[in-house]
Design a protein around this ligand. Structure first.
Ligand code: PAF
Length: 283
């Protein structure tokens, strides 16, 4: 496994892989890898001749006052996990390598960023799209792997790939959960024991929404009211949003008809956790 910090080093490796016609799978990450990332790396390993993982806490996707400085980092552990999973290349740049002084170009999809996480983090997806496009340009993957816990991120990047005509496949990976249902997230490490228990409210709210949908309820306001009621009853939780959107334009829908994303974000102290499920229309 090679570990490189500069774009020039990464380019040289990619050039040699492309010369040998190897297919390349990319798993972009911000490090502090957990089983969710491992599951994406396994998918990439199965599909491609070469697997690259980027480990980069991308400053442009954090707003001032968010957790950029405290975001958990443990490169040695990440390195060991990647090694054990058969990763071929870790790209681990410093911020200045990705954003040198005078850096000026950003990518955004404003209409897809108004709801869900885009509402509470208005500059977040501009940072995500920018760094992901830079990683795609540098590492030239045939397939890129993203977890569906960050479903809005997946759909926005997928649309960027489509709109810009990028020649790669976007592969979603299912959300990986703790045995009690909490979605794995690098940010779970911030939770106190009491907040960790309270965090199960995300699952309770989502499962309640799913039950209503299964019972035939299609009115988003009624489903969301039930989700909000469940979150408000948990004293350590503060609801950021509960929303239902369609999965192309990511606009709010009053009635659940086609494929819908039911998503929730909740604060526990300063820690904001997200979760969701995809509802597929009945045949
Ligand atoms: O999902 C993440 O970890 C990040 O948003 C990503 C896609 C690696 C971009 O920094």
């Amino acid at each position: 496994m090679e570990i490189v910090e500069t774009q020039a080093q990464a380019k040289a490796i990619i050039r040699s892989w492309k010369g040998q016609k190897f297919s390349i799978g990319l798993v972009p990450t911000m490090g502090y890898l957990h089983e969710g990332h491992a599951s994406l790396i396994r998918l990439a390993r199965a599909d491609n001749e070469r697997v690259a993982v980027s480990v980069f806490v991308n400053p442009t996707q954090f707003a001032p006052g968010e957790d950029l400085a405290s975001y958990p980092r443990d490169f040695e552990r990440d390195r060991e996990l990647c090694q054990s999973l058969g990763v071929d290349l870790i790209f681990h740049p410093q911020p200045v390598e990705m954003y040198p002084p005078g850096y000026a170009t950003y990518v955004e999809a404003p209409s897809l960023s108004v709801n869900l996480c885009g509402r509470s983090r208005p500059t977040h997806f501009r940072g995500v799209l920018t760094v992901v496009l830079k990683l795609f340009a540098l590492l030239g993957p045939d397939r890129a792997y993203f977890g569906l816990k960050d479903a809005q991120q997946f759909f926005i990047i997928k649309r960027m790939v489509e709109d810009l005509g990028l020649d790669l496949a976007m592969i979603p990976g299912p959300t990986v959960r703790e045995p009690d249902g909490l979605a794995l997230s690098s940010r779970n490490v911030y939770l106190s024991p009491a907040e960790r228990s309270a965090a199960l409210v995300l699952q309770r709210a989502l499962r309640a929404a799913e039950r209503l949908l299964r019972a035939g309820e299609r009115r988003s306001d009624l489903i969301l009211a039930e989700m909000r009621r469940i979150v408000v009853a948990e004293t350590l939780a503060r609801l950021d949003y509960a929303e239902i959107v369609e999965t192309r334009g990511l606009s709010l829908i009053p009635q659940v008809t086609g494929q819908a994303l039911v998503a929730i974000a909740v604060f526990f102290g300063k820690t904001r956790l997200i979760d969701n499920f995809l509802w597929e229309a009945e045949a």
